[in-house]
Design a protein around this ligand. Structure first.
Ligand code: SPM
Length: 287
């Protein structure tokens, strides 16, 4: 076990070997929950400035203040790129925030949700109702399982699969490897789209290059969309996308005004702009 969960003089710092020499700190007023589950260390803090913050194995997953950008982009970029997403699989994201966003899509009839750690769901239900409301949607079917095993053995196919994983250390590791992507591809309908947590090309160049290489090898259409999240190190993360033919860089459907009114980050303009990458990152995309 690494030296996670370190609070010094009231400040929590995210420090991890994946981005050696970089730390992100938030002031903590209270530790609301701290326990080692079967899979990982789970901590829930009341921060001074960002509401509650969920931390897994020492890595910030979300804060109440800025979670909306990540959850909206992970859900709405693939779902609005698809002309008619009826069946959706969400792997990971036990807080329920991505599910909350998927639930805003009226064409969606079935949402299968697979999470390895039921304790994350329980913590979210107790402390993060603004995200856990995603579980209240009657279209959601919860599967407590390893996401890798779930897609390997699943007999269903989906229009959209979203992988809201933690970083490639601990339980999330296999979700960044080629066999998992091969299984995701098998679980897609023709024209289907997969969207995965794509890390940051500023801080995790090797990891992003690897994801991009895998999607290039497996999917005829692929892309990487930027997301600004101030409480992830570097203030940046991305969603890595692959599709079996469907274009990704523009919404394929109108965004209903009733949906747009409920969004804080995503819009048609943001969708299109998110695929415009800095020159060095575009070169990474092109291999
Ligand atoms: N539903 C929210 C869960 C968040 N899952 C992704 C967390 C990623 C954390 N590390 C980000 C590092 C970015 N450089």
């Amino acid at each position: 076990m690494k030296n996670y969960n370190k609070i010094e003089k009231g400040w929590f710092s995210e420090i991890c070997p994946m981005w050696e020499g970089v730390a992100l700190s938030l002031q903590v007023d209270e530790v609301l929950y701290s326990n080692k589950s079967q899979f990982q260390q789970i901590d829930l803090y009341q921060t001074r400035s960002h509401g509650k913050m969920l931390v897994l194995d020492g890595i910030i997953q979300l804060t109440e203040r800025d979670e909306f950008g990540y959850q909206e982009m992970m859900a709405h970029v693939p779902l609005f790129a698809h002309p008619n997403p009826e069946t959706v699989l969400v792997i990971g994201g036990g807080d329920g925030g991505v599910l909350r966003e998927v639930g805003k899509h009226s064409p969606v009839k079935q949402i299968d949700f697979c999470e390895i750690d039921p304790e994350v769901i329980a913590v979210s239900k107790k402390f993060l109702p603004g995200m856990a409301c995603g579980f209240d949607d009657p279209r959601v079917n919860i599967h407590i399982r390893d996401g890798n095993a779930f897609v390997r053995e699943c007999h269903q196919v989906y229009e959209v699969i979203i992988v809201d994983s933690s970083d490639p250390v601990g339980p999330g590791e296999a979700l960044f490897e080629r066999p998992f992507y091969e299984n995701l591809k098998q679980a897609l309908r023709p024209g289907g789209i997969v969207a995965t947590q794509g890390e940051s090309f500023f801080l995790h160049q090797e990891c992003v290059e690897n994801l991009i290489r895998i999607t290039r090898e497996l999917f005829p259409v692929r892309g990487y969309a930027n997301i600004l999240v101030p409480t992830y190190p570097g203030g940046h993360i991305g969603v890595c996308l692959g599709s079996l033919g469907t274009e990704l860089v523009k919404p394929a459907r109108e965004i209903p005004a009733t949906v747009q009114d409920r969004l804080k980050y995503y819009s048609r303009q943001v969708h299109e702009a998110a695929f415009v990458l800095p020159h060095f990152a575009r070169k990474m995309m092109e291999g």
